[in-house]
Design a protein. Structure first.
Length: 206
């Protein structure tokens, strides 16, 4: 690997803390030989970990940011992961995505650090590209029934809004309504470490 590729690899400390709990929820959702599209893959570390844990699955990472895509590609090259494809330039809010039908979608820590339009686009894209019954897995911190608990999440929400007023912890009920409007139903909510949630949506019609 070149020095440039080494330098391109980004690292998110939270990945090491949350990847095992995420995989525990995600693993049974993925059928054998599933084609998985990950939105907002960031550094690419989750993609590498999940692809290594499930070598039968073909993992398609994506991110709208060039530096993130460079990091993803560098991680794939460094780790020699054969079942992870080159990252796509994909903005969840875009009207069209450069993908065909996939078996499952994964979105980790995107909703609270993106405009609401990205959540709307995510649900439209899931409705368009998932098969009936196909899962959309979302991980992150949320508000429920208008409340933010514990206090650490309140401070997190305020910090996000200071950084960008379009950001912030999403109200779970609003995310659910957005998904329902696109023909997705919330099949499961799983409490996760560090006051996060795993949301499992499925496309109706199965």
């Amino acid at each position: 690997m070149s020095d440039f590729e080494t330098q391109a690899r980004l690292s998110a400390p939270s990945v090491a803390r949350n990847r095992e709990p995420i995989f525990a929820v995600l693993d049974p959702l993925l059928a054998p030989a599933a084609r998985v599209l990950e939105l907002a893959s960031g550094s690419g570390e989750h993609a590498i970990f999940m692809a290594r844990k499930r070598p039968d699955v073909m993992w398609q990472p994506s991110d709208p940011a060039p530096e993130a895509r460079a990091s993803i590609a560098a991680w794939i090259a460094a780790e020699g992961i054969a079942n992870a494809r080159a990252p796509l330039a994909l903005d969840a809010s875009a009207a069209e995505w450069p993908v065909e039908t996939v078996d499952a979608m994964v979105c980790i820590n995107m909703l609270h650090i993106s405009p609401w339009a990205a959540t709307e686009g995510l649900m439209r894209g899931a409705a368009r590209h998932l098969p009936p019954g196909g899962p959309l897995y979302i991980y992150g911190a949320f508000r429920r029934a208008g409340a933010i608990t514990p206090e650490s999440n309140t401070a997190f929400d305020q910090d996000l809004k200071r950084r960008d007023p379009r950001w912030g912890l999403r109200l779970l009920e609003e995310v659910d309504a957005c998904a329902a409007g696109q023909g997705l139903h919330l099949a499961e909510v799983v409490a996760m470490p560090a006051n996060n949630l795993s949301l499992v949506f499925r496309k109706r019609g199965a």
